[in-house]
Design a protein around this ligand. Structure first.
Ligand code: AMP
Ligand code: TRP
Length: 334
């Protein structure tokens, strides 16, 4: 018996990387046993910043291949791309009218992405969190597994659900619970322990892509920034050492151990010893996934079929909800 309904999303804006995998996707795979799961490639979110159409099509398929290779089962879970299910955009409009400007003004991701050129970013980037709330609530999902960077957006989704329920005098929407777990909920850049590993960082050496070859993985980890000291004996000592903390966190997540257990083994050892073992571990866990991804990408028509079937199942769940929501709002319907 499922413990609840899960929704989560990933943007098709570039290669999937180790942060996506350890912070989100690996958890998505594990949750499939206990929850009813809906996983979405959020192409509507992707175009909040410019995407070349050809490239967007290719990365949408590539991300789908990555999710399948990681172990998302498209028969038990629902896997689809957002633009094929109209309920997302339709509910997002209603939420644009529920969310307050003051709430959106507080979103740190918007501030980071807009930077100094605020006048020139798309209006979509600003209302991005409203679409994210619509993604989740179109299915009345209760649990959302994400990396730490999405926490604020999920709080906004709760605020939207609560305000909608209050304004329309209903208990229609459930309150959304974030699921943020594992030893690597925020994987940092390999070049700078203070920056998040991200698809948009120009340096390829800052991240490990799920499509990287064993040689690339080993090279990137060997070149990863560290400090001159050996590894500490205790987790408390990692606090002031962001690069060490990041590599130990990655090791712990890949090995399914705690940071304590990793330091019990490597405390006092040099980074060069540690990095060799880490590289072997990363290659052993990511290598087979990259092979499977490459195999799947040779048959784009099959990927498209899987996504289309997922979209049909998603639409069948969301459409009746949307009709109920339209009634609550007071829209006339045929
Ligand atoms: P995105 O690539 O921004 O669409 O993110 C997809 C999922 O991966 C979300 O749940 C993010 O929170 C998660 N994620 C992205 N980057 C990282 C990171 N550096 N560390 C941990 N989780 C991440
Ligand atoms: N904004 C999320 C990210 O960039 C992706 C996303 C879109 C999402 N809709 C969602 C995540 C709904 C969880 C639930 O990581």
């Amino acid at each position: 018996m499922a413990k609840g309904r899960i929704f989560s999303g990933v943007q098709p804006t570039g290669n999937l990387h180790l942060g996506n995998y350890l912070g989100a996707i690996r958890n998505w795979v594990r949750l499939q046993n206990d929850f009813e799961c809906i996983y979405c490639i959020v192409d509507l979110h992707a175009i909040t910043v410019w995407q070349e159409p050809q490239q967007l099509r290719a990365t949408t398929r590539e991300v789908a291949a990555g999710l399948l290779a990681a172990g998302i089962d498209p028969n038990t879970s629902i896997l689809f791309n957002q633009s094929q299910v109209p309920a997302h955009a339709e509910l997002a409009w209603i939420f644009n009218c529920v969310a307050r400007l003051g709430w959106l003004n507080r979103m740190t991701q918007f501030k980071e992405k807009a930077g100094k050129d605020r006048e020139n970013v798309s209006a979509g980037l600003y209302v991005y969190p409203n679409l994210m709330a619509a993604d989740i609530l179109a299915y009345k999902a209760t649990h959302v597994p994400v990396g730490e960077d999405q926490k604020q957006h999920l709080e906004l989704a709760r605020d939207i659900a609560q305000k909608f329920n209050h304004d329309y005098g209903t208990e229609y929407f459930p309150l959304v619970e974030p699921l943020i777990f594992g030893e690597a909920t925020r994987v940092m850049s390999l070049r700078d322990g203070m920056r998040k590993m991200s698809k948009s960082e120009p340096s390829e050496f800052s991240r490990i892509n799920l499509t990287d070859t064993p040689d690339q993985i080993a090279q990137k980890l060997r070149k990863a920034k560290t400090d001159p000291l050996p590894l500490p004996e205790t987790v408390a000592e990692l606090e002031s050492r962001p690069e060490a903390d990041n590599l130990v966190g990655i090791f712990a997540a890949l090995a399914d151990k705690t940071r304590e257990a990793v330091l019990a083994e490597f405390g006092g050892k040099s980074f060069s010893v540690f990095k060799d073992v880490l590289a072997a571990l990363a290659i052993a866990s990511l290598g087979p996934m990259a092979d499977e991804m490459r195999r799947l990408m040779q048959d784009p028509a099959e990927i498209d079929r899987i996504l289309r079937r997922g979209a049909e199942r998603a639409q069948a769940m969301a459409a009746p909800h949307l009709r109920e929501i339209q009634d609550l709002v007071g829209f006339l319907r045929p």
